[in-house]
Design a protein around this ligand. Structure first.
Ligand code: NAP
Length: 315
C-alpha cells in the first residue's frame, strides 16, 4: 500500500487507513482470517479493544504473520483500548490486553470512553448501577504510567469532547496523541478537529462509513444522494467518497470490513481525488451523530444525566 502515514505528537507514524475489528457476532476464526487477508492486501494499522473481544484473534493472526516472516512487528500499528471497568488500574488492564494479544507492546492505548465503571463490568452496555464517580485525572495518570513502563508507545483518548480534551491538557503531563471519535461526511467534527489540531492531537475517524450493517449503525452516509452522485461522477463508490473525505481532512479512517472485495474497495479510496466542489457539497450535508452513547447516560449513577452532558453539548 502507498505510504500514507501521519506523524503523531509522540513521534511515531500512524498509517492513515486503519482496519477495524469490532464485529457482531464476534467470531474468532472469521476475525483471524480477515486480519490475514488485510495484511496480505497491505493494511498495517489494526484497531481492537478489550470490549470487542477481538484481541486474541487479532493477536494470533498478527503473530502468525510475523512468525512466517510476512511482516515485521515494527511495521504494524496496533491500537487497543481501556474499558471503563479498568479505569482503576490501566497498567494491569494493559498487561492483560498484551497477554490477550500475545504482544510485548501496543503502539497506541486509548481511554475508550470518558466513563468509569465498576471493576466487574466486562460488557459493552452497562447497567444503571454500574457507574462510578469519574476521575479522569487519575485514569490519565495510569495511562501515563503505561507509557513510562514501555507497555505502549503512545497514549490517547476516544469519545472525548473538546471540553474534555481541554481539561485533560490542564491536568495531564502528556498530551494525548490521538482522539478517536465518530467522524464521517454526516458527522464532520469541525469544532473538535480545530481544537485537537491546535494541540497537535490527531483525530482518528471511527465508523467512517456511518457503520452500515451495525445494529446501531446507519446507511444514511453511503446511501446519501449527494455522496452517491459524487461517487458516480468519479466512477468510485460511496464508501470510497466517505473514506477519502475523512483522509482529505487529515484524519486517519478506521474502517471495518471482513469482506475481501470491500476491503480492497476501501484501500482504493486513496486513489480518488475529490475536488473543491465535492468537498463543498459534503460540507453542506445535514449533520447526524450515529453513535450517541446513550448506554452511558442515566439519571442515577452515571456522571452524565443527558446525552448533551456526555458530549458537552457537541451533539
Ligand atoms: N472508539 C470507539 O468507541 C469506536 C466505536 C465504533 C467503532 N470503532 C472502531 O472503528 C471500526 C469501524 O467502525 P464501524 O465498524 O462502526 O463502522 P464502519 O467502518 O463505518 O462500517 C462498518 C460496516 O460497513 C460495512 N462496509 C465496510 N466497507 C464497506 C464498503 N466499501 N461498502 C459498503 N459497506 C461496507 C461493513 O460490512 P462488511 O464487513 O460486511 O464489509 C460493516 O457492516 C470498528 O471496527 C472499531 O475498530 C471504535
Amino acid at each position: 500500500m502507498r505510504s500514507n502515514h501521519v506523524r503523531l505528537n509522540c513521534g511515531i507514524t500512524l498509517p492513515l487507513l486503519g482496519f477495524g475489528t469490532y464485529s457482531f457476532p464476534n467470531d474468532r476464526n472469521t476475525t483471524e482470517v480477515a486480519v490475514h487477508n488485510a495484511l496480505e492486501m497491505g493494511y498495517r494499522h489494526f484497531d481492537t479493544a478489550k470490549i470487542y473481544g477481538s484481541e486474541a484473534a487479532v493477536g494470533k493472526a498478527l503473530n502468525e504473520a510475523i512468525c512466517e516472516g510476512e511482516v515485521e512487528r515494527e511495521d504494524i500499528f496496533l491500537t487497543s483500548k481501556l474499558w471503563g471497568s479498568d479505569h482503576h488500574d490501566p497498567v494491569s488492564a494493559l498487561k492483560q490486553t498484551l497477554k490477550n494479544l500475545g504482544m510485548e507492546y501496543l503502539d497506541m492505548y486509548l481511554v475508550h470512553w470518558p466513563v468509569k465503571l465498576k471493576p466487574w463490568v466486562n460488557y459493552p452496555v452497562p447497567n444503571e448501577d454500574d457507574f462510578e464517580k469519574l476521575d479522569l485525572e487519575s485514569t490519565w495518570a495510569g495511562m501515563e504510567k503505561c507509557l513510562e513502563m514501555g507497555l505502549c508507545r503512545c497514549i490517547g483518548v476516544s469519545n472525548f469532547s473538546s471540553k474534555k480534551i481541554e481539561s485533560l491538557l490542564d491536568y495531564g503531563s502528556t498530551t494525548p496523541a490521538v482522539n478517536q471519535v465518530e467522524m464521517h461526511p454526516m458527522w464532520r467534527q469541525g469544532r473538535l478537529r480545530k481544537i485537537c489540531g491546535d494541540h497537535k492531537i490527531h483525530v482518528s475517524a471511527y465508523s467512517p462509513l456511518g457503520g452500515p450493517g451495525n445494529a446501531w449503525g446507519s446507511t444514511a452516509v453511503v446511501d446519501h444522494p449527494i455522496i452517491r452522485s459524487i461517487a458516480f461522477k468519479h466512477r468510485a463508490t460511496p464508501a470510497q467518497v466517505a473514506l477519502k473525505w475523512g483522509l482529505s481532512k487529515g484524519s486517519s479512517v478506521i474502517v471495518k470490513s471482513f469482506n475481501q472485495e470491500r476491503m480492497k474497495e476501501n484501500i482504493g479510496s486513496f486513489d480518488l481525488r475529490l475536488d473543491d466542489e465535492d468537498m463543498f457539497e459534503i460540507e453542506k450535508l445535514e449533520e447526524m451523530k450515529i453513535m450517541k452513547g446513550e448506554f452511558h447516560v442515566n439519571g442515577t449513577t452515571s456522571p452524565y444525566k443527558t446525552i448533551e452532558e456526555l458530549w458537552d453539548g457537541e451533539i
